[in-house]
Design a protein around this ligand. Structure first.
Ligand code: FES
Length: 104
């Protein structure tokens, strides 16, 4: 699958989230979970909220609109009102740069 270069891993502090806009694709949220990086769709499956504006609580992201949560590693919906999972993306860090696999 094609990869896109996101940004330098050092630009995302531990337990922070950053939105990545990719032309021709829905926004992606990239997470630094204690030094491990993950990527999911940025838009909540319950409404039109950017999860990058939410908070990390343990291994979950808390949506800023109605406080539903998702597992950052798997995209699974963990608490109401979220019921549908987030799409997740494979990524890798090479020479300090985050690359994400997406189909454009
Ligand atoms: S929009 Fe995310 S929980 Fe409602």
């Amino acid at each position: 699958m094609p990869e896109i270069k996101a940004f330098n891993a050092s630009e995302l502090a531990p337990n922070k989230i950053r939105q990545l806009l990719v032309e021709g694709h829905s926004p992606i949220a990239i997470y630094n979970l204690d030094g491990e990086y993950f990527a999911t769709d940025d838009t909540c499956t319950h409404g039109d909220a950017s999860l990058a504006e939410g908070d990390i609580d343990g291994d979950e992201v808390v949506c800023p609109y109605h406080m539903g949560t998702f597992d950052i590693r798997t995209g699974e919906a963990c608490s109401a009102p979220c019921a549908f999972p987030l799409k997740t993306y494979n990524l890798r860090v090479d020479d300090g740069i985050i690359y994400i696999e997406i189909n454009l």
